[in-house]
Design a protein. Sequence first.
Length: 160
Amino acid sequence: MEEKLYQSVCKVIYWLTIVLAYVLTIVVSINVASRYIFGVSIFWSEEITRFLFIWCSCLGIVLLNDKGELMQLGLLITYLNKRFAQIAIQLFANTVCLLLSILLLVGGIVISIESMSWASPILGVPNGVVYCIVPFCCAILIWQFIRRYAKIFMRSEENA
């Protein structure tokens, strides 16, 4: 059940990232074409481009971490002969990332709530709406790190 939910969430994040990246590319392309062809820049494009970039970056971190490509310790782990040392390094790295994600989650919630009253100058979108992606992605990252703990401990029990 948890695995199906996790895979569904990852699939939604994947497609959302693709859609946002396409919109980002289209907006930037139209603005560049407009600037060079007509000599006029689209006034709202810089702001929406920044918002889309923030969202794509945060969602991309979640996708990279899901594939295990966010933090590569493979070279170090491969050269260690003792299984205990390999597990210890994985646990240490996972713990550091988990603690940082928790810190960012709390900070992201605070920033999102505090900036809800500040609207962007051109679009009038509350900045809290833009920044709410940070705690959302940190919550998913925490979920991923907890899942990774379970995998590390299952492998260590199987090899014992």
